[in-house]
Design a protein around this ligand. Sequence first.
Ligand code: IMP
Ligand code: MG
Length: 183
Amino acid sequence: MKIPRIKEVISQQEIATRIKQLGAQISHDYVDKQLVVLAILNGAFIFAADLVRVIHLPLEIDFIRLASYGDESKTFGKVKLTKDVELPLAGKDVLIVEDIVDSGHTINFLLDFLEKRQPNSVQVCALIDKRERRTIEVPVHYAGFELHAGFLIGYGLDFAEKHRNYPNIYSLLEAEEVKCEKQ
Ligand code: IMP
Ligand code: MG
C-alpha cells in the first residue's frame, strides 16, 4: 500500500501571525474604499474566514468557484467557472482571496472575467505565492508566504480533495511503499 509522507512547513501559529499582518496592511490600504472580499472556492475558504476577521473595515464577502485541477497534483492550464459571484461589483474595490497562485492561469482567467463587471479596482491576496511553475505573469499584491517548489496540503489546500482540514500546512513528499500488516 502507498502512504503519502508529509512534512510540516508552516505551523498554525505562523499562519495566524502572518494573516494578522496581512489584515493590518489591507485595513490600512482599503480605508474609504468599497471593499468586496472575493474568495475562490474551495481552497481559500479557511484563509478567507481567518483573513476577514482581522480586517477592521466594513466589507462585503462573496465566493466564486473555479476549477483548474483534476485529481492530480499538476495543472492542466484550463480554468472553468463553476460558481459565479452573486454581489454586484460595479464601482467596488475587489480583493481576490486565493489559496495558492501557481501557474497563474486561474488568476489570469479571473481578472479577465471580472473586468466585465466593471469594478473600481481589483487586487490579489494569496496565502501562498508559488513561483516554480508560473507561466503567466499575474499581479500578487499581498502574499502570505512564498514557496519555491513543492506541493502543499492542509489549511484549505487539498490533494485529490483530501487533507483540507489540517490546521498546519504540510509539504507532500513522495508516496512511500509500505507493507500493511494486520494488528
Ligand atoms: P494556477 O491556476 O496554476 O495558478 O493554480 C492555482 C490553483 O491550483 C490553486 O487555486 C490551487 O487550488 C491549486 N494548487 C496549486 N498548487 C497547489 C499546491 O501545492 N497544493 C494544493 N493546491 C495547489
Ligand atoms: Mg484553488
